[in-house]
Write a protein that binds this ligand. Structure first.
Ligand code: A2P
Length: 319
């Protein structure tokens, strides 16, 4: 199994990256250093995680101390929803570059197909949004293309886009999206959307691969399943003498998706990296590919409350 994917221009991206969503500013500096020491060469970031300055400080230290070279790291960041107007994209990317202490990104993604007014971090009322008429995705994508043309990012893509939204972007694009980062794990394998992306040469990254149980309680339902406690996952883990988390990561890698488990704990950071060595039998892959139940942990309902111009069908394939 290859441990990287390859873009059309020949650039490669390590399939396993460190996720930094929910990593507190006080923890993420050390997590990034531990990850690089453990062998990670890919860090997944975003402006809205509000920790890019600390990630940047860790990268600065790692480069200064010759732990790793910039060109050997793959760094992703994401455009927040309040910078979707065409002219707002490059300034937002430049802010991430400044926070991350980098002069280019490897990958920049449109975080959600949803736009807010510039001064709004997270809308509490309908007034905080911009509609597709006010902030068309085609304009956002033009801004992304301009950023790539200027060399601010090597690759551009999207996150949380369904096939309809991908088609919409591709229709008018000079440069097609090269990545779609979506929630993927055995309770939400999204086979159809992954196939669609593959057919259009769009690579796929799996977020929340472990079920993101450290989400804020406001984002969680009381009865949500615990992915790492799932009997099928646990059974395969026990058989192999590894942890459920490692089986979930190995599943994503065997599917040839990129995967970004988050951890701020040194042992778990190392353990997750070691999942690259795990082989999964095809019968076990089948079991994980076709679980009896399904569940979406990041359900997007925080964008679709009453009065919002957005609906779940703007996000999800099956909504
Ligand atoms: P921690 O950061 O304390 O290690 P996701 O990547 O799906 O968002 O899941 C992240 C959650 O999973 C965090 O709570 C993280 O906790 C936990 N986690 C990460 N790696 C492991 C592991 N190997 N075993 C158990 N829990 C893990």
């Amino acid at each position: 199994m290859k441990n990287h994917i390859t873009f059309k221009n020949g650039d490669s991206m390590p399939k396993l990256g460190l996720g930094t969503w929910k990593s507190e500013p006080g923890e993420v500096y050390q997590a990034v250093i531990w990850a690089i020491e453990a062998g990670y060469r890919h860090i997944d970031c975003a402006a809205i995680y509000q920790n890019e300055k600390e990630v940047g400080a860790a990268l600065y230290t790692a480069f200064k101390n010759n732990l790793v070279k910039r060109e050997d790291m793959f760094i992703t960041s994401k455009l927040w929803n309040n910078a979707h107007l065409e002219d707002a994209v490059i300034p937002a990317l430049e802010q991430s570059l400044s926070d991350l202490q980098l002069d280019y990104l490897d990958l920049y993604l449109v975080h959600w197909p949803i736009a807010f007014k510039q001064e709004v971090g997270f809308p509490r009322t309908q007034d905080g949004f911009l509609t597709y008429q006010e902030a068309p995705l085609s304009g956002t994508w033009k801004g992304m293309e301009a950023a790539q043309e200027q060399g601010l990012t090597k690759h551009i893509g999207v996150s949380n886009f369904n096939s309809l939204k991908l088609k919409e972007i591709m229709k008018g694009a000079n440069r097609v999206p090269e990545m779609n980062q979506i929630e993927l794990h055995p309770l939400l394998p999204q086979h159809a959307l992954v196939d669609f992306c593959r057919k259009h040469d769009i690579q796929v990254t799996a977020y929340s691969p472990l079920g993101s149980s450290d989400r804020a309680s406001s984002m969680k339902k009381d009865d949500e399943p615990l992915l790492m406690e799932d009997e099928v996952v646990k059974g395969i883990a026990e058989k192999q003498g590894v942890s459920p988390a490692q089986i979930l990561i190995a599943w994503a890698l065997h599917r040839d998706t990129v995967v970004i488990p988050k951890s701020v704990n040194q042992d778990r950071i190392k353990q997750n990296f070691a999942a690259q060595k795990i082989e999964l039998e095809s019968a076990d892959m089948e079991k994980l590919n076709h679980m009896e139940s399904s569940y979406r942990f990041v359900d997007g309902s925080f964008f679709t409350f009453e009065g919002s111009p957005y609906q779940l069908s703007d996000l999800w394939e099956d909504a």
